[in-house]
Write a protein that binds this ligand. Sequence first.
Ligand SMILES: [Ca+2]
Length: 193
Amino acid sequence: MIITYLSFLSYLSIACLFQRRQAIQAEDLCNIMNNCHTIRNFFRCHEGFIHWSRELCSIMISMLDRSGDGFMQWNEFQELQQCLVQWYQMFKQFDHDGSGYIEANELVNIVRTQFKYNLTPQSIETLLKRYSRVIMWGGQEKCLIAFDDFVSVSVRLRAYTDAFRKRDQLQNGGDSGTCTFAYDDFIRCVMCL
Ligand SMILES: [Ca+2]
């Protein structure tokens, strides 16, 4: 565990304290991820510390919002820590040269062999277009993915796959690979991330 319950409580914003929520919102999570020393020192990238955007903090809260209240309780935060530590270790394992980036083919490997998502080359290409950046590395142009982008893609893949499988189970009694979304249901699924 990277931070303790007491430390977590110290990041509750005034608004949350006032409402006696005992839960954090995106701004508080952003504050924790960027300013808590143990977290900053745990997740390091090639350029030093990782910057966690409010947008990414917001989607991390949505992914694990088991209580469905839009806030992150301590138990949800604990699950987030476990997830991030696991993804960070996976990322480092695939970042063979320790550059702080993984290459496009390494992301493809993770998605297929670690996450075990059965995506077509076309879907993988869509992921790469959205989450990779072209960087000059060792005199060569490379298509690379940084850790924060890796977290973004992992959160979304997991949340959308969970939402899809839940409906597939309900409608077909198993993983048939096909299901129907009503328009409003679809909008709620994608807009919360
Ligand atoms: Ca919650």
